[in-house]
Structures are given as structure tokens and as C-alpha cells.
Write a protein that binds this ligand. Sequence first.
Ligand code: HEM
Length: 366
Amino acid sequence: MHKNKGPVYYGDYLQLPKLLDSQLPLSRKYADQVNGECHDEMLFIVVHQVYELWFKQILHDLDSILAVFHKAFIPEAELSTVVQKLERIKKIQGLLIGQFDVLETMTPMDFLEFRDLLIPASGFQSVQFREIEIKLGLHTNDRQDVDREFFMGRLSEKDRGHLGEVEKLPTLLRSLETWLERLPFTLSGDFNFWQEYQKSIDSILQDDKNIIETNSAHLSDKQKNIQLENLKITRSTFESLFDEKKHLELINNNQRKLSQKAILNALFILLYRHEPMLTIPFQIITSMMDIDENFTTWRYRHALLAQRMLGTKIGTGGSSGHQYLKRAADNNRVFLDLFNLSTFLIPNSRLPQIPLEVKRKMSFNV
Ligand code: HEM
């Protein structure tokens, strides 16, 4: 056991004097302008500080996850620690979403009492929030034109410089992509999983076509044609998985982010998630989706908070307020490709047979 050289005191170890002396309401400083210190400004400050502390912990865990993904070979045990840390981030996100309840005990009227003193400070200037976004995979160039100005525009030169450096580092999205691309099971000897999968899709779509054509006595010609047209669209969506040109078009239009190989391998993991070697990859993919979903939930919840507090007023950082935040929630998804994979799932009964030799490779009893 490690022994300390001197006694440790609770408050010193946690630097509590510094921490607890860091809540300085502006309404105290400008008490004469606002008829005395506003009681709820303390809550406003504490809640923001707690958020920033949790952002710090998320970044701490995110950095260690990224360090594992940077390795050329990732041992199984390290992947388990990745899963554990992703789980922790999800739990923290739960707290971040729940904390809005506490802040909402402050009424819009109470907020109005000190809000103008904050101008032009704004959540836009939360460097840690931006750092999390960037490290997950949301770069300035991924933003819509209108949002790009706000992404970095309200920051000091020093903070902008720091985030500029962060943008040069590999992100979780790109690390996941490289790792997925390395999955070895879909091509082995004569076995080409994707050829077999396409045959299954063809037969499923042919069955659907037969159902429309033979069992549609109750449908008018117009309804029948609409259903056949929809089936063509489904076929073309499936084709976009395998057609490199279509895939690149989707990437250029910002509708897909991951490489074709990474997407196909992620789909393989979802389809064969019960195979022993794929359970951890499945947990990783699921956790990334959960984190994306939690972030989006946080954004919508925050947009609603802003609407509750401000109505249609603009934010202290100069954006359209609720409208801006709602748009950011709709557009800033990191792992949307993983969500969209559900389009390509097929029932177990129609899955291609995996040759025994590949099945063996996917189990631990080799
Ligand atoms: C009374 C409470 C709050 C109100 C009315 C509010 C309002 C707003 C508004 C209107 C914006 C858009 C930028 C602007 O024009 O200023 C914004 C951005 C932001 N706020 Fe809040 N906010 C509140 C609390 C919080 C809390 C507790 C956090 C936690 C850290 C937070 C974090 C952020 C972040 C990170 C952004 C940038 C979002 C983005 O650009 O996607 N806000 N907030």
C-alpha cells in the first residue's frame, strides 16, 4: 500500500477554499443597479460550474478512450476498459440532463433580474463543451454556414487557438471508423459475406414484390403502383450500401460520415452481435449511439430551457436563442450512420449461413 509522507486534510486535498470561493454573483457587484443581490444567481453559477466539472471528467475519459483507439493493435482487455468508460460517460450525461430540473426551479422572472448583466457572455464560450463536440467528431466544417460563425466566433483568441489545435487531433468518429475497417470476418477464403447478404436482400425484396402483386386484390392500380415505387426506393437504399459512387455522393452531401467499409462492418457486427468475438464491438457501437442520443436529448432539453426562460428573445451570445439551439440539436449528430444501419437489418431467419471456419474464428474456443 502507498503511504503518504504527511497527513492529508479533506479541504486541502479537494482545494475547497478555492472551489467554494469561486461563486461571485454579478448582481452582488452591481447590487445598486438591480435592487440588491439576486438570490437565484448563485444557483445559476453553481449549476454552470457543476456542468463544467462534469465536462472535465467526460474529457478525461474521452482522452483515455481515444488513446486506446490510436493503437495499431488493441488487446481485448483494453476494449473492455473502453466499454467501461463509455458507460461512465453515459451515466454522467444522465446527470447533465437531470440537472436542468434544478435550474428550472428558477423562474424566468428571477432570471430576468440579472440576465442583462451577463451580456455578452454565453454558453457559446464553453470551451470544454466545444472540445467534447470536436473530440467526438463534430468539426467546424461540419456545421451549417449560419452555425459556423457561432461555433468559434464568440471565443477569445486564446480559446480559439486551443480549439484549433484540438481540431487537428483524431476524433472518436474517425477512430471508430479505422477500427471498424479492420474487422476481419467478412472475407475469408471463398466466403464473401456481402455477396451472400445481397442474395438474401434480393430474395426478401422479391418476396415483398410478389406479395404486392398477388395479394393486392383490395388495392387500386394507383395504390399498387405507389407500393411498387416505394419498394424501388428501398432497393435503391440497399444498393447505396454497396455502390461506392452512391456512397461518396452521400458523404459529399453530408448524409453519411463513415467510410463504406466501416459501415458494412458495423452492420455485420449488429447482425452477428451474439458471436463471442463481436459482443464487445457490439457494446461499443451501442454505447456510441447512446452517447449521441444523450447529447441530442441534452440539446433539446437545453433548447426548451432557453425557450422557457427567454420565449423568443435572442440569447446573451446574440443567436436567435431557442430557434438556434433547436437547429443545433437537429443537425449536430455524430454517429447518425450507426442509427441508420437499422434500415439494413434483416431477420435472423434470412441471414446468410456463416461457414464453420469463420464461425470458429468468431468464437474464443479456437
Ligand atoms: C437560464 C439558463 C440558460 C439559458 C436561458 C440558456 C440560453 C442559451 C442560449 C440562448 C444559447 C445560444 C447562444 C446565445 O445566443 O447565447 C445557449 C448556448 C449554450 N448554452 Fe445555455 N442557457 C442556459 C443554461 C445553460 C447551462 C446550465 C449550460 C451548461 C453548461 C449551458 C450551456 C450552453 C452551451 C454549451 C451553449 C452552446 C450550444 C451550441 O452552440 O450548440 N446553458 N444557451
